[in-house]
Design a protein around this ligand. Structure first.
Ligand code: GAR
Length: 216
């Protein structure tokens, strides 16, 4: 069983998808602790309801990012975690922390990286008029929203979408691919080679997502 720590800042719907996956028989990972940098994060209750140990480490109590990250690191090591999942964790981590957890630190982001790093990804995609959007789980590197991509899901952008509807469509896929990524890592099927994450999986049927799907 891979021991996983989850870092959150808010509602924790991705945390919930990981909790639910870990409950399934045969899932090869378990969540050993949840850390939030905000005491009011809704995800803390989800963790408590699932009987998972929680901790609040507020960035406001630390003089700088390095001190905050050192506290995070100590807590994660206290949980004896082997993998750290960022799940809506809205703090930028220092290069030192990221390097210490290299290839054992993953993030979920609501865009098809490397497009739309940062915030407001869905509105920016709408503003650009793209027809396909999605989400990405990737190993974390020091530059924000970069690192070897483990898994992505693509969704269509519809003409009547606004940021809320597109966000909801993407989030539904986030909840599917984050547990998949954790499972692949726990099963040791993911190997990082330079900037690519190679996934040991038989190829599935080649299927394109065409958007708009014209039916022609
Ligand atoms: C998710 O959509 C996640 O991809 C995004 O924040 C949301 C958190 O929701 N993360 C980022 O934008 C990180 N750059 P949740 O708290 O319900 O999981």
């Amino acid at each position: 069983m891979l021991r996983v720590a989850v870092l959150i800042s808010g509602r924790g719907s991705n945390l919930q998808s990981l909790i639910d996956a870990c409950r399934q028989e045969g899932f090869p990972a378990r969540i050993v602790g949840v850390i939030s940098n905000r005491a009011d994060a809704g995800g803390l209750q989800r963790a408590a309801d699932a009987g998972i140990e929680t901790a609040v480490i507020s960035h406001r109590n630390y003089a700088d990012r390095a001190a905050f990250d050192a506290a995070l690191d100590a807590k994660i090591r206290g949980f004896d975690a082997e993998l750290v999942c960022l799940a809506g964790f809205m703090r930028i981590l220092t290069a030192g922390f990221v390097e210490d957890w290299r290839d054992r630190l993953i993030n979920i982001h609501p865009s098809l990286l490397p497009a739309y790093k940062g915030l407001d990804t869905q509105q920016r995609a709408l503003d650009d008029g793209v027809r396909i959007s999605g989400c990405t789980v990737h190993f974390v590197r020091p530059d924000m929203d970069t690192g070897p991509v483990i898994i992505q899901a693509a969704v269509p952008v519809l003409d009547n979408d606004d940021a809320a509807s597109l966000t909801a469509r993407i989030l539904a896929q986030e909840h599917i691919i984050y547990p998949m990524a954790v499972k692949l890592i726990a099963e040791k099927r993911v190997r990082v080679q330079e900037n690519r994450a190679m996934v040991d999986m038989p190829p599935g049927p080649e299927k394109a997502l065409i958007s708009p799907s014209t039916g022609l």
